[in-house]
Design a protein around this ligand. Structure first.
Ligand SMILES: [Cu+2]
Length: 160
């Protein structure tokens, strides 16, 4: 529905420009229509790009920009994630920032989510990763460094 709005605006702008001519014979009108029909898809495509419309992602609420990634920041240390539980919306990109405040390497790995999602951060550093969950559900998060999962580096990702 929304995608058609700019088209009306384009037509409203184009018509008065040509309407200034006192006379326009049938051939000219036909030519103009041909040009218009050629350019309209290009104009429409340009407007869609300019508005950042990314299809289904545009329906996300919360007042954020359509298609803008959901920002998630997780702190990792020995031996826990903070927060351990993260909730995101399906079909909208998620950008994860892992802040490693510990003294050894840690990662934030989501299991069974359209392939593995993993962000790894060196001690004292941050790393980011991006993914788009498509299936609502609950997924297990672990740190895959040897012994860390067993020591308590586990969490949960909820996709709504
Ligand atoms: Cu770890």
């Amino acid at each position: 529905m929304r995608a058609w709005m700019p088209v009306d605006q384009v037509q409203a702008q184009v018509v008065p420009t040509h309407g200034r001519r006192a006379r326009m014979d049938a051939r000219e009108v036909c030519l103009m229509n041909t040009r218009l029909s050629r350019f309209l898809p290009l104009l429409l495509a340009g407007l869609l790009l300019a508005s950042g419309c990314a299809g289904p992602a545009g329906q996300a609420g919360g007042g954020g920009q359509p298609g803008a990634p959901q920002q998630v920041t997780v702190q990792a240390s020995e031996f826990k994630f903070e927060p351990a539980s993260v909730t995101v919306r399906a079909n909208q990109p998620v950008q994860v920032t892992l802040r490693n405040t510990g003294s050894v390497l840690h990662d934030w790995t989501v299991q069974s989510l359209d392939g593995q999602v993993q962000v790894t951060a060196q001690s004292g550093q941050s790393a980011t990763g991006q993914f788009t969950p498509t299936r609502p559900g609950t997924y297990r998060i672990v740190c895959t460094q040897p012994g860390h999962e067993q020591a308590g580096m586990v969490g949960q990702l909820t996709v709504q």
